[in-house]
Design a protein around this ligand. Structure first.
Ligand code: SF4
Length: 390
């Protein structure tokens, strides 16, 4: 995630709650993409440092757990830059120019000069970020799928250019024998399911099974990854997008919650400000007076009730609004309570970190070390595949 400063409830519902869930289902790497921030903010990097710290506190407040996932800052793992450089050697320019967000973003951010090498190359930097950890899945919204797709193409091109190994199938078979009869049979079944039915879960299970095999070396394991995916040696596995539904959370004015629309509630905003923001929200314009009936579907307050309130409260709003039985302030009250209640544990967790920069530093250092270990393994293989292991 790019460091854009303090996060809001749209980020919480759209991304962070999902991360918190994923960290218990997968081995996760979450990083602050500070180099990515520079691709568009190179002319004024002055607030990046503060944004990094605010964002990390927000992650921790939301429940991203450094014990269950690896959290780090991109620029502190310089291996990302080297992999980006090496991948740039094999990436055709046209692939980058064709990515839909390239032209879109240039249009949107017209006030900035984005005719830069860094901006054109940022999807490739993202590919390096993903391939570095040999990620199986990348949680993205629909608008980012093309970035995962180009990552897959780059991995395929890399493996095709550098992954050829004579006698590869024989070596893979020899490695399978080492797994013992029962595991070998299970592994072959999983391979079949992946290759014939494209069943991604079987790929994951096969990988987990391989990880458990104490007697299989890293090299053999890689050979088997390649074997199951049906190609030559897979140095950089192709990741799959893990589609996450876009946040449904609307902002104070009914549009999507966003900093640029200034219609947001901060993730750890204090209760008094939350109350003021909700109390001053626009409602259905038809309700000029208390006695005028309204239509909840035309009201941004009701859009928030849909996320925050149970069925009974929603029905109380619908009936009360349409019959003018309740006033807008009555309607807003339970919403304020629910939001403040949702934020309570987040604010409490954040308080532990806010006054303790050393703790945050040590979390990020630990994450950096774990990330670098994984990154070095990948880079060793990449360098060697590209003939640079001298
Ligand atoms: Fe909106 Fe509630 Fe007022 Fe109806 S009663 S207009 S839903 S704030």
């Amino acid at each position: 995630m790019r460091p854009t400063g303090k996060l809001h409830l749209g980020h919480y519902h759209g991304v962070l709650k999902n991360w918190v869930k994923l960290q218990h289902e997968f081995e996760c790497f979450f990083f602050v993409a500070d180099w990515h921030a520079l691709t568009t903010q190179y002319d004024d990097p002055s607030n990046i440092e503060q944004s990094v710290s605010d964002m990390v506190i927000d992650w921790l407040a939301a429940g991203v757990n450094p014990g269950s996932s690896t959290m780090f800052i991109q620029s502190q793992v310089p291996e990302h830059a080297e992999l980006h450089l090496l991948l740039s050697m094999i990436t055709p320019l046209g692939w980058l120019e064709r990515i839909p967000t390239y032209k879109d973003q240039q249009e949107k951010l017209r006030e900035k000069d984005l005719a830069t090498y860094g901006f054109l190359g940022y999807p490739l930097l993202q590919s390096a970020d993903i391939l570095m950890y040999r990620a199986g899945r990348v949680p993205v919204g629909a608008d980012q799928v093309s970035h995962v797709e180009i990552t897959r193409e780059i991995a395929r091109r890399f493996n095709h250019l550098y992954g050829r190994e004579p006698g590869f199938e024989d070596q893979a078979e020899a490695a399978i024998v080492k797994m013992g009869k029962k595991n070998a049979k299970l592994y072959r079944n999983l391979k079949k399911r992946y290759q014939e039915e494209g069943d991604l879960d079987s790929l994951e299970t096969a990988r987990a099974l391989l990880k458990e095999q104490q007697n299989i070396s890293l090299g053999d394991r890689e050979r088997l990854y390649g074997f199951i995916e049906g190609g030559g040696k897979v140095i950089l596995p192709e990741p799959q997008p893990l589609l996450t539904p876009e946040s449904k959370l609307s902002g104070l004015d009914g549009q999507k919650m966003s900093k640029s629309y200034n219609n947001y509630i901060g993730l750890r905003e204090v209760p008094d400000t939350v109350a003021v923001k909700i109390r001053t929200m626009q409602t259905d314009p038809a309700r000029v007076r208390r006695i005028d009936p309204g239509e909840p579907e035309k009201c941004p307050v009701y859009a928030l009730h849909k996320v925050y309130s149970d069925a009974d409260t929603r029905s109380w709003v619908e009936i009360g609004c349409r019959s003018a039985g309740i006033g807008c302030l009555d309607c807003k009250k339970p919403l304020i309570d629910s939001i403040v209640e949702e934020q309570r544990p987040l604010r409490e967790r954040a308080a532990e970190y806010e006054g303790n920069p050393d703790l945050i530093r040590s979390i990020l250092e630990e994450g950096r070390e774990r990330a670098r270990d994984a990154a070095r393994d990948t880079l060793d293989e990449v360098r060697s595949a590209m003939g640079l292991s001298y």
